[in-house]
Structures are given as structure tokens and as C-alpha cells.
Design a protein around this ligand. Structure first.
Ligand code: PHE
Ligand code: NA
Length: 452
């Protein structure tokens, strides 16, 4: 316990936490969530969720990791051995995400190559689903390994292995110190160029023009909460693991607020980037922005390539866009694997090298399923299940257990011990009442939708 690894600096820790938070979710999920849930009006529930759930929950997870110096199962066991199972549930969810998230990063790597050699052609939809994924007609019909995807996934797991195997300071912190500043720089350069294209501002109007009627729809509020949890990597034991490597006198509240604001600022930038691109494409093809805005996987791998085809300097826009996705993805993947690895190290006393190596080999073998022709179909099912059921369930159980059963006093004491600002009643109220109610409602309604 005394010789637990530590981050080299405060900036290093924040960059790593931000690296976990900023991921594929910010670049393709946030913009279309905002667009589908009321455009500019979505920012109201989003900011409400950020203040009432994002920051308080982040403070709680940082506080737990910092106080008990361990991964989620160890922290929960330290609080009360009855609750260790919850930590493992979170770690299993994290491990499942690590397996399929790697496949999507593999696609972004392949697309980085395609941006350079122009392989996606003019029919970007046919190319993605046909030539590239070789999509089969059902999830049980595997249709063989797609070797370029397989290779890119091996590279993803290899990079994650390299970072996690080299340790907190020498691996993860070092990787994020390069990836995250570079990511911000590239996104800013991209925006600086794309914003001058005709039609770009029409795309932005489209994203930011509020539809206030959506605010009475409770689903929109639930969507904002779901997006905040996924985007901030909270509820999976990830931020608990990262904060367990903080030095004793770390300022928890400040670190948490910084992580949350930097992540959400990046989401805004990503929204501006995507919708400028869509606006520019709508302008040059004479369509409406709403007709070109797709969602989810299709947005990044079908719509954006098609848009890039219509833009000047496609080589520049294409490589920068997919490089950004790759970097954002890898830094998140590292954090997911680290959360699992640190739990194994804490529980079984395995060496870091052994835990990380075994995990990466097993993880990659499972990712291989997603590199077959049925990959996307299986991924859709797993991702839907994880996002709509498991994630909400794990976060809900964590929050109920900690804020009601165990109580927030001990964490609060630790958090307030070395902080510029301290948390009190409002923090506890956000966690115990607001977050519990919204998460509970979201969980029950998505369970209900599943059953009916
Ligand atoms: N927060 C990351 C994103 O927005 C994804 C992620 C989810 C990372 C869960 C870790 C755990 O893409
Ligand atoms: Na990331």
C-alpha cells in the first residue's frame, strides 16, 4: 500500500483523466445526441446533468480512489466487504467495453489509412458496410475475419499494452501528455480551416438553434444524464482507479472540476467540428443539413467520409479527423484496461506486467469476434445493452450504496481535507436525491422499453 505507484504531476493526472473522458463518445455521440434532443436546447439538461451529476459524481469517485488507495473492488471491500461484488460488476462492464471499443478504434485506424489513399471512394456507405466490414446478414453468421480490421485491433491492443505495461507515470501519463495536447491542437486547426468553408455556419445554426419544446420530454433529460456518465467515464471504476494513484495532498474538487470542464469543452469543439463539416457538405450537394446528419457509427464512417469528399483538401481533413478519433479512442482504451488491470493487481497481488499482458492477450482474442463480418451486428447488440442497461444499473447501484447505505461523510472529509473549495449539503443533495431519481427513472424506463 505504501509503495503504490503515483502520477508524476498534477497536470499528468488531469491529462490522463481527461484522456479517459474524451473519447469516441465526444466526437460522434455528443453531436448527434445534441442534435436529436433539441439542438441548442439540449445544453440546458446537459449543463444541469453536468452540475448535478457529473461534477458531484466525479468528486465522489476521485475521493473514493484517493481515500482508499485502490481499484473499485478494493475500495468497496474496504468500505464494507459485503459490497466488493459491485466493484467487480463495474470491472466486468469495463472489460466488455474494452473489448468492443478496441474494434471501433481499429476502424478509425483503418480509415486513417483510407483517408490517405482515398480507398473509400464515392459510395462511402457501400464501401463501409460492404467492401470494408463485409457485413453478414445476421449476428450468428460470422463470415470470416476481416484481416485489415484484425491487424488494426492488434495494433490498438498493442499500444494499450505498451502504455499500461510501462506503468502509471512512465506509460499512461507519458502517453496522455502527448496525445491530449496534440488532440486539442489538431481539432482547433481543423475547426480553423473548416469554419471558413461555405455552408459551415449553416451547420452550426442547425446544431445550436434550440427546440425548447423538447425540454418537457423527460427522455431528453435522461439522455443528457446518460451522455454525461458515458462521456466522463464515471460509474465503471475507471476514475476510482486513476485517482488511487494520486498523492496524499491532492486537491480532489479542483481536479474533478477541471476534468469535467475540459471534457465538456472538448465536446463543444467536436460538435462545432462535425456540424461545420455537415453544413459544408449540405451546401455543396444542395441538401438540407437534417438530410445529411446521420447518427452513431454511420456518422463517423459513412457521412463524414462523404462530406470530406466534397471538401477542398480532403487529404488534410480526412487524416486529421481520423487521427483525432484514433488518439481520443486509444487514450480512453488505456484507462479502461488500467481499471481492470489495477483490480487484478490489487486482488491477486499479480505484477503489473503479468496482469496487463494476460489482459491484453485475452482482450484481443475476444475483440477478434468483432473483426468478423458479423462484427458490427454483434457490436450493436452489446453496445446497446451496455449503454442502456448495464451502465445505468452500475452507476445507480454505486450511488445508492455509497450515498444512502454507506454515507458520504468519510469521502467528504477526505475530499475537503486538501481542497480550494469544499463540498457540503448541495453536493450530498445532488448525489442522494437528484442523481438517484434521474438515474433510477432512466434505468426503469429503458428496462421497460426492453421488455415491451
Ligand atoms: N468516456 C469515453 C468516451 O466518451 C468512453 C469511455 C466509456 C471510456 C467508458 C471509458 C469507460 O468515449
Ligand atoms: Na480518450
Amino acid at each position: 500500500m505504501e509503495n503504490r505507484e503515483q502520477w508524476g504531476s498534477r497536470a499528468g493526472f488531469i491529462l490522463a483523466a481527461v484522456g479517459s473522458a474524451i473519447g469516441l463518445g465526444n466526437i460522434w455521440r455528443f453531436p448527434y445526441m445534441a442534435y436529436e434532443n433539441g439542438g441548442g436546447a439540449f445544453f440546458i439538461p446537459y449543463i444541469f446533468a453536468l452540475l448535478t451529476a457529473g461534477i458531484p459524481f466525479m468528486i465522489m469517485e476521485f475521493g473514493l480512489g484517493h481515500k482508499y488507495k485502490g481499484s473499485a473492488p478494493k475500495v468497496l471491500a474496504a468500505v464494507n466487504s459485503k459490497y466488493e461484488w459491485l466493484g467487480w460488476v463495474q470491472i466486468v462492464i469495463a472489460a466488455i467495453i474494452a473489448v468492443y471499443y478496441a474494434a471501433v478504434i481499429g476502424w478509425t485506424m483503418n480509415y486513417l489509412g483510407f483517408a490517405i489513399d482515398g480507398a473509400w471512394g464515392t459510395d462511402t456507405k457501400g464501401f463501409f458496410f460492404g467492401e470494408y466490414l463485409g457485413l453478414t446478414s445476421s449476428p450468428t453468421e460470422l463470415g470470416g475475419i476481416r484481416w485489415p480490421i484484425f491487424g488494426a485491433c492488434a495494433l490498438t491492443w498493442g499500444l494499450t499494452w505498451l502504455a499500461c505495461n510501462s506503468g502509471i507515470r512512465g506509460g499512461i501519463e507519458r502517453a496522455c501528455k502527448i496525445l491530449i495536447p496534440l488532440l486539442f491542437a489538431l481539432v482547433l486547426v481543423f475547426i480553423g480551416r473548416v469554419i471558413t468553408l461555405p455552408g459551415a455556419t449553416v451547420g452550426l445554426d442547425f446544431l445550436f438553434t434550440p427546440d425548447f419544446s423538447k425540454l418537457t420530454d423527460f427522455g431528453v433529460w435522461a439522455a443528457a444524464y446518460g451522455q454525461i456518465f458515458f462521456s466522463l467515464s464515471i460509474g465503471f471504476g475507471i476514475m476510482i482507479a486513476y485517482s488511487s494513484y494520486l498523492p496524499k495532498n491532492a486537491d480532489i474538487c479542483n481536479n474533478a472540476a477541471m476534468t469535467v470542464f475540459i471534457n465538456c469543452g472538448f465536446s463543444m469543439l467536436a460538435g462545432i467540428m462535425i456540424f461545420s463539416v455537415l453544413g459544408s457538405m449540405a451546401h455543396s450537394t444542395g441538401q438540407a443539413v437534417s438530410d445529411v446528419a446521420g447518427a452513431g457509427v454511420g456518422l463517423a464512417f459513412v457521412t463524414i467520409p462523404a462530406a470530406i469528399n466534397t471538401m477542398p483538401a480532403p487529404l488534410f481533413f480526412g487524416t486529421v479527423f481520423f487521427l483525432c478519433l484514433t488518439m481520443a479512442g486509444v487514450s480512453s482504451h488505456i484507462s479502461i484496461v488500467e481499471a481492470v488491470a489495477s483490480s487484478l493487481i490489487d486482488k491477486f497481488g499479480a505484477s503489473r506486467q503479468k496482469a496487463v499482458t494476460v489482459l491484453c492477450i485475452v482482450g484481443f482474442s475476444l475483440t477478434a469476434v468483432f473483426t468478423t463480418g458479423a462484427g458490427l451486428l454483434i457490436l450493436d447488440i452489446v453496445d446497446h445493452f451496455i449503454n442502456n442497461i448495464c451502465l445505468l444499473f452500475a452507476a445507480l447501484v454505486e450511488i445508492v450504496l455509497i450515498s444512502w447505505v454507506i454515507g458520504l461523510d468519510e469521502v467528504r472529509e477526505d475530499v475537503n481535507a486538501h481542497s480550494d473549495f469544499s463540498v457540503g449539503k448541495l453536493w450530498a443533495f445532488s448525489l442522494r436525491i437528484i442523481t438517484v431519481l434521474v438515474l433510477g427513472y432512466s434505468f426503469l424506463s429503458s428496462l421497460y422499453n426492453k421488455i415491451t
